[in-house]
Design a protein. Sequence first.
Length: 136
Amino acid sequence: MTRLFYAIVVILSLAFAAQADPAHEKLVERWYTGLATADRAVFNEILAEDAKVILEDIDAIQTKDEFLASLDEWKNAVLGATVRHRIGSTADNTITVFVCYQFPSNSTYTREIFSFRDAKIIESAQSSIGEACEGF
């Protein structure tokens, strides 16, 4: 009986550890809402001061200030685009998201991994999976 009790405790602790922190999920939702309109105020609020945005495909790492400065260019790129996302997995302080960016002339499918500290995003790492958004 004691073994059964401990087995249940371990299983429940693993199940709860695998669930995303609702605050982290909210930050991810705000990220994609902000992307749709290139909303500098949203990103200024949700990114930690020492945050990094990693664009693996072009081997670039942006600071928070560099990312905020790039939003003017992104605002033009996102006109007429649709951005859809779904959470793929969660861990202690990370969430992996699969994203379909459908622009008027092309699309891209990415994996984006977010890391969190003190209710802020401290890192976003994006890498391309392909051009087709199958599964969305």
